[in-house]
Design a protein around this ligand. Structure first.
Ligand code: HAM
Length: 398
């Protein structure tokens, strides 16, 4: 927990410096929220249940839909762009394995009211900063665009929008032979389409796209990459990836995923993109983009890469009563130091000074305060500095 808290504190600090504001939502939601968002098949992946009044509820599998529910019910009047973050547990009815849990924590953000490539670039930069704060740098960002993918499937491959859903699933899983078969079965032009899935540069993408949404998407990504470089990001670790489909979810344009290559199957540490959930709430469309990182996986990655930071566990003082009669004085002294914000271990056992000092040493306290009958009679306390070995008497009441 000390390690988790430390990583969490550092990430929270980064989020504050980017001026994100924290929100929290309940662990359970109405089942309908997720069915409406992802379709009925999502139910298999949820912990759903009926409460005593027969309401259909579920434990949240993620926080984007809950945060948007919160936004549309409470925050629509807030000045835009609105930048929100959350840190909390999620639940998925998955088969558990290394890095895949039924309860796991996400650290995520949602930005409402700004869809410029510059704001998208800052979002990716924030993600990199979060991992760096936790101590992870060996990462690969993959960035794609669903507007490009959908237009290319339609215009180049001849697969109309309403027939793309089963293909998106295969694209997401990178099952190229199955994808080829599916495209051919629908009368699509696989030979013209195939080069798109191997595109690596903007030039590749430009050569393969037509004017309209696809080329606008390429322009968006170009501007995003340029701005990202302006922040100082190492672009050798940010790749164009035309095959990111992010399941069948609610994404509309930019999509991205971040992997830690040192992990095996569950190497994806973060996913996100631009989306629109306004329809779920009967609201006007609003530009929204966000991501969530898997906090548990991040810690596994730190462990695997032997980059777990040392725990900074500060102990300022051990306060020891060396005799029964010295207890109230030691208690008052501990109260005072703790009120000042110092981290204090209090020892009321009355053990001899040598043992008290050995304990102070063991817990790496910076100072030991010893109060015995002798000190009490003279209104002083013996203070030993464990770093320098200096020992002095100070007035007990100051
Ligand atoms: P997601 O890709 O489903 O996206 O999850 C985000 C991250 O959560 C994954 O990259 C992974 O690290 C972690 N994760 C997912 N499932 C598990 C699991 N069973 N055990 C451990 N870690 C897991 C979302 O949830 C979107 N709401 C992200 C988003 C925010 N899009 C826009 N805004």
């Amino acid at each position: 927990m000390a390690l988790r808290r430390q990583a969490e504190d550092r990430m929270r600090q980064v989020l504050r410096t980017f001026r994100y504001r924290e929100v929290q939502t309940p662990a359970f939601e109405e089942l309908e929220l997720f069915l409406a968002k992802s379709g009925p098949s999502i139910r298999d992946e949820l912990y759903d249940f009926k409460d005593k009044s027969g309401r259909e509820l579920c434990l949240r599998p993620e926080l984007t839909a809950p945060v948007m529910r919160f936004y549309f019910s409470e925050m629509t009047r807030e000045p835009k762009p609105l930048r929100l973050f959350y840190i909390g547990p999620c639940y998925r009815y998955d088969r558990p394995q290394a890095g895949r849990y039924r309860e796991f924590w996400q650290v995520g953000v949602e930005v409402i009211g700004d869809e410029s490539p510059e704001s998208h670039a800052e979002l990716l930069w924030l993600a990199l900063n979060l991992f760096r704060a936790a101590g992870l740098e060996t990462l690969v960002f993959r960035v794609g665009h669903l507007g490009i993918l959908r237009s290319v499937l339609a215009d180049v491959g001849g697969i109309p929008l309403d027939q793309q859903a089963p293909l998106m699933r295969l694209i997401d899983k990178r099952e190229l032979p199955e994808l080829e078969a599916a495209v051919r079965a629908r009368g699509g032009a696989w030979d013209r389409l195939a080069p798109f899935f191997h595109a690596q540069t903007f030039e590749d993408l430009e050569a393969l796209t037509m004017p309209g949404p696809a080329q606008e998407g390429v322009g968006h990504l170009r501007a995003l990459f340029k701005t990202l470089a302006g922040f100082g990001a190492d672009l050798s670790k940010v790749r164009l990836d035309p095959m990111i489909a992010r399941g069948l979810e609610y994404y509309t344009g930019l999509v991205f995923e971040l992997d830690c290559p040192d992990l095996g199957a569950e190497k994806q540490l973060l996913g996100g993109g631009a989306y629109d959930l306004s329809g779920l709430f009967g609201a006007q469309p609003v530009a929204t983009v966000g991501f969530a990182l898997g906090f548990d996986r991040t810690l596994v990655a730190l462990e695997r890469t032997a980059r777990l930071p040392p725990i900074e566990e500060r102990v300022d003082a051990l306060v020891a009563a060396l005799a029964d009669g010295a207890r109230p004085a030691a208690q008052a002294l501990a109260n005072r130091l703790r009120n000042e914000g110092q981290v204090v271990e209090l020892d009321l056992s009355g053990r001899p000074p040598k043992k008290a000092l050995a304990r102070a040493d063991q817990i790496k306290a910076r100072q030991a305060y010893l109060v015995g009958d002798r000190e009490l009679a003279r209104g002083v306390v013996t203070v030993k500095d464990l770093d320098t070995g200096d020992q002095q008497e100070r007035p007990l009441h100051t």
